[in-house]
Design a protein around this ligand. Structure first.
Ligand code: SAM
Length: 251
């Protein structure tokens, strides 16, 4: 899967995405991430990319021409049958979810546009952008961190990026529940012991404990997820009391 990230601050993005699992996935050729500096597409001698908003008001707006030129440069010569999507990271977009991230795996290439300042001239968004995605109901100074969040969450689901696909199928949100608490050595830390069942080697008991712990945590912290989970996984009806046989009732 290929990611192209259009930004005014490529180092912010490449620094984060060159480390750890996503960095290794790039080295292994499982994904590719290319940063494009929008400033390189400015045709004025000071390499300006923003201007004051028409109609007045605070701040600066990123101008359309360098962004349009950058998108056209990225997309020129790409195969016609390549499945690609141009996404603007924006607080006005639909909020990113695990389901949304999974659906983006259907594309061969995601082209991500990072805004800055007061945002981007609407005309370039109208012409090129397929959708706007927000990473949450708060406002950041730029789209670079949201782009890294989007790349990370999509890329870790690409085949081969995680050693075991269950890693993301079993964990919080994707499973429908928040994940059970995790523990590792030492078995006692500052007087606090690991739940005994986890040391028992009894995998049925361990799975049952983990499921109960996940249910309890989700009920406490995310009643919305808990209710949705119960609708999909209704508890089995309580076992009916066995009717006494004739022999048992007659003395
Ligand atoms: N004036 C804009 C508004 O009120 O909608 C906010 C602009 S924000 C300061 C600058 C840039 O940061 C945006 O163009 C966008 O790319 C990015 N950004 C900020 N918050 C974001 C969020 N929650 N999700 C995705 N991108 C965000």
């Amino acid at each position: 899967m290929k990611f192209d990230i259009m930004t005014l601050f490529p180092e912010m993005v490449s620094g984060i995405l060159s480390e750890s699992i996503i960095g290794r996935a790039q080295k292994a050729g499982l994904i590719s991430i290319t940063c494009h500096n929008i400033r390189d597409y400015s045709d004025n001698k000071h390499k300006n990319v923003d201007d004051t908003p028409f109609g007045g008001g605070r701040g600066m707006v990123m101008a359309a021409p360098p962004i349009a030129a950058c998108i056209e440069d990225i997309t020129k010569g790409l195969p016609a049958d390549e499945r690609r999507r141009i996404i603007y990271l924006s607080p006005k977009g639909k909020v990113l979810t695990q389901a949304k991230a999974s659906s983006l795996l259907a594309y061969d290439r995601l082209i991500l546009l990072c805004g800055h300042y007061e945002g981007i001239d609407q005309r370039v968004l109208d012409e090129y952008v397929d959708e706007e995605i927000s990473i949450g109901d708060y406002v950041l100074t730029g789209g670079e961190l949201p782009a890294c969040v989007l790349v990370d969450t999509v890329a870790r689901m690409v085949d081969g990026v995680l050693a075991m696909p269950e890693c993301f199928e079993d964990e919080s949100i994707a499973s429908g529940l928040l994940e059970y608490p995790q523990y590792t050595r030492p078995p006692v830390f500052r007087g606090s012991a690991v739940p005994e069942v986890l040391l028992s080697g009894n995998h049925q008991a361990i799975n049952a404990w983990r499921h109960e712990a996940a249910l309890a945590l989700t009920r406490e912290r995310r009643p919305d997820l808990y209710e949705a989970y119960l609708l999909l996984h209704p508890a089995p009806p309580p076992k009916k009391k066995r009717r006494p046989t004739k022999d048992e009732t007659t003395d």
